[in-house]
Write a protein that binds this ligand. Sequence first.
Ligand SMILES: *[C@@H]1O[C@H](CO)[C@@H](O)[C@H](O)[C@H]1NC(C)=O
Ligand SMILES: *[C@@H]1O[C@H](CO)[C@@H](O)[C@H](O)[C@H]1NC(C)=O
Ligand SMILES: *[C@@H]1O[C@H](CO)[C@@H](O)[C@H](O)[C@H]1NC(C)=O
Length: 174
Amino acid sequence: MAYTCSMAASSITTRLALFLAIFSSLLHLYVSYYEFQVGDNDGWVVPPKNNSKIYNDWASKRRFTVDDYIRFKYTKDSVMEVTPIDYERCNSSYPHFFSNNGDTIFKLNHTGPFYFISGVAGHCERGQRMIVKVISQQKDDYASAAGGGRSVGASNLVIVLIHFVSLCLVSYLF
Ligand SMILES: *[C@@H]1O[C@H](CO)[C@@H](O)[C@H](O)[C@H]1NC(C)=O
Ligand SMILES: *[C@@H]1O[C@H](CO)[C@@H](O)[C@H](O)[C@H]1NC(C)=O
Ligand SMILES: *[C@@H]1O[C@H](CO)[C@@H](O)[C@H](O)[C@H]1NC(C)=O
């Protein structure tokens, strides 16, 4: 990446390097994951009778990459991550992961499918379950990610601008 700001004087090189290191780490953190809210504004609920596949429809329209987060919002319900067989059978006996605090943030920490069900009796059977398929992260792929419901792609240009402006600011400040 080329910067047209005048280069800083050598006496402040160390401080500049430190600033850049910190700033780049923050930038990296910001662009390297995304948080999705399951079901958008409806949250994690028992789907309506005439539309029981809402969660798999929701998930299939989005692009999840490793280290993204999904957030479940619900009341008087729960979230479990289970095996494929337990997903098929709505078996809540041995979840890998369980939460019922009403606002669950789950990290998609590996590629491949994750299987979620509600742990409340009868809810999974009525369609409150979801498969999330996670693909590996390609850092230079933000633009194509924008079409998949991610917002990082859209804000990538803004990030580059912020980066550039900060660099210019630094060369004045130091
Ligand atoms: C389901 O039924 C409700 C009304 O009961 C209706 O508003 C909604 O559009 C229906 N959804 C689908 C996918 O058919
Ligand atoms: C749930 O799965 C466990 C084993 O994983 C099994 O022992 C149990 O019988 C199953 N329960 C139901 C209701 O299928
Ligand atoms: C993902 O997270 C789970 C639960 O915290 C953990 O058991 C598992 O080892 C993690 N997998 C990877 C690949 O980090």
